[in-house]
Ligand binder design. Structure first.
Ligand SMILES: [Zn+2]
Length: 487
């Protein structure tokens, strides 16, 4: 007995030492750079040009209906008037109707170009919520240190910010060695087929292989990760896939006075219940694990640091904690969401058909096929017919978190925000940049903006806004990124 106790004590002591040593050895991976001086900018003028851009109602409606051609043409004219040097020096091609491709040709054609992306279109304002806006969504109001309006964050802030950066570098006489491409799709919110897809195809035909692609995505916020006090600059290195599955059950219907033992509604509801109770397995891997182990782990407070340094042991615990927060749970598993249920027309008639749609956001590592397989195996009922809907996409393969492109972006971020912790992460939402995955192994989703976590809820919602001072820093960050890329 004594021997066993002694062995246990020894094992426990060893474990404590191993955990502690691993935590102590966890070295920061943050690039060490000297912060650069803030370039003076006319912040009011920057805000005014963006606000004017918001006034063009470049809305993407579902299925692409009702596109306002004059709004896109108006936005284009506003860009021409606002950025004369850009339109004098860069070549501009209009692709697929309103997509824009700008090329700032570098002096050394052997260098792969840098691609900055943004989209011109915005989502509609949800009917019935118009009067909840403190300032009308398309008025482009500047108030209380913010530019208000639909698209301020998603994604006209990026679009105008990138053009501001190029315009101001041109004013300083900068001539790039490396080419700079600006890609502004006009239908990102409905899949990007006419804009980014067409432009990606064009670049592929021209043999363009970008060093790095930067599109909308994560940003710099505080309070994102428990145990980490510093603001976190989250760079999306992959995005989840998407598939919806149609489920349907055909069974004899009839009068509700003489019901059979099973009905189409009962069978389908049971199938959906099984899918909800048995979701695809969670996996703490890929960009999410990288974020915890390499990004925020070394910067975390005790005891978080101890846990994150020892995921070999604590991964199941961390997964359990993440499961409790839907936004965190979505980064470690393919999510299951029943979104449509359709059956029955009359209260005393048993319907012969019931149908439903379940939407899955696919974790990298899973595939459309593996998800559909999972659905069939989990439901395990020949009465339920399972078919994948056509508008689907595989998860994007994770981009590199080493090499020239990654360093270029992360160093530039730290030069502007020395206090920020840069980290890879998995994006749950989709962006146009996924169409560039075959062109570059360094596709990053990041908006260089420091703002309040609370303001992220305004994206696609009510009272969307961007801070005027933050927007000026966004321009400074794009300037810095370009300076580092093209010299
Ligand atoms: Zn967007």
């Amino acid at each position: 007995m004594r021997g066993i106790v002694r062995i246990l004590v020894f094992a426990l002591a060893t474990l404590t030492i191993v955990l502690g040593v691993r935590a102590a050895l966890l070295r920061s991976k943050q690039p060490r750079v000297a912060p650069v001086a803030r370039v003076p900018l006319d912040e009011a003028a920057l805000a005014e040009r963006l606000a004017a851009g918001i006034r063009f109602q470049t809305i993407s409606h579902q299925d692409g209906v009702g596109l306002d051609e004059s709004a896109f043409a108006g936005l284009r004219a506003h860009l021409e008037a606002s950025y004369p040097r850009v339109h004098e020096t860069l070549t501009r091609e209009v692709v697929g109707g309103h997509g824009l491709l700008y090329t700032w040709r570098g002096s050394d054609p052997s260098l792969p170009p840098i691609v900055l992306m943004a989209h011109q279109d915005v989502v509609p304002v949800e009917p019935g919520t118009e009067d909840r806006w403190e300032h009308p969504p398309f008025a482009g109001t500047i108030a209380d240190g913010y530019v208000y309006g639909r698209g301020a964050l998603d994604d006209k802030g990026n679009l105008f910010g990138q053009l501001e950066a190029v315009e101001s570098l041109l004013a300083e006489g900068v001539t790039p060695r490396r080419s700079v491409l600006l890609v502004f799709g006009h239908d990102e919110e409905i899949g990007g087929e006419k804009g980014a897809v067409a432009i990606a195809k064009l670049l592929e035909e021209r043999g363009v292989r970008p060093l790095v692609v930067v599109d909308e995505g994560g940003s710099i916020v505080e309070g994102l990760v428990p145990g980490v006090d510093a603001p976190v600059a989250a760079i999306g290195v992959a995005e989840k896939g998407y598939v919806s599955v149609d489920l349907s059950v055909e069974m004899p219907g009839g009068h509700s006075s003489t019901p059979p033992r099973e009905t189409s509604i009962g069978v389908l509801a049971a199938a959906i219940g099984r899918l909800e109770r048995h979701p695809p397995e969670s996996r703490l891997e890929g960009p999410t694990r990288q974020m915890l182990e390499e990004g925020v782990g070394p910067e975390a407070r005790f005891p978080y640091r101890l846990v994150l340094a020892n995921l070999w042991l604590f991964a199941p615990l961390v997964e359990l904690a993440m499961e409790q927060v839907p936004a965190a749970a979505a980064t470690i598993r393919t999510s299951t969401a029943a979104t449509i249920f359709d059956a029955g027309v009359k209260e005393n008639v048993i319907p012969s058909r019931a149908s439903a749609v379940v939407n899955f956001r696919i974790l990298p590592g899973d595939t459309i096929e593996s998800v559909v397989d999972h659905v069939r195996r989990t439901i395990d009922d020949p009465l339920v017919e399972v078919t994948a809907r056509p508008r689907n996409r595989e998860p994007s393969p994770p981009s590199k978190t080493t090499g020239e492109g990654w360093e270029l972006l992360t160093r530039s971020i730290r030069e502007i925000w020395p206090e920020a912790i840069v980290t890879p992460y998995l994006m749950i939402a989709g962006t146009d940049s996924r169409h560039f995955r075959d062109l570059s192994d360094s596709v990053y989703r990041f908006m260089p903006l420091r703002f309040e976590l609370d303001d992220t809820r305004r994206i696609h919602g009510t009272n969307e806004r961007i801070p005027v001072a933050g927007y000026a820093d966004l321009v400074r960050a794009y300037r810095r990124l370009l300076e580092n890329a093209v010299r």
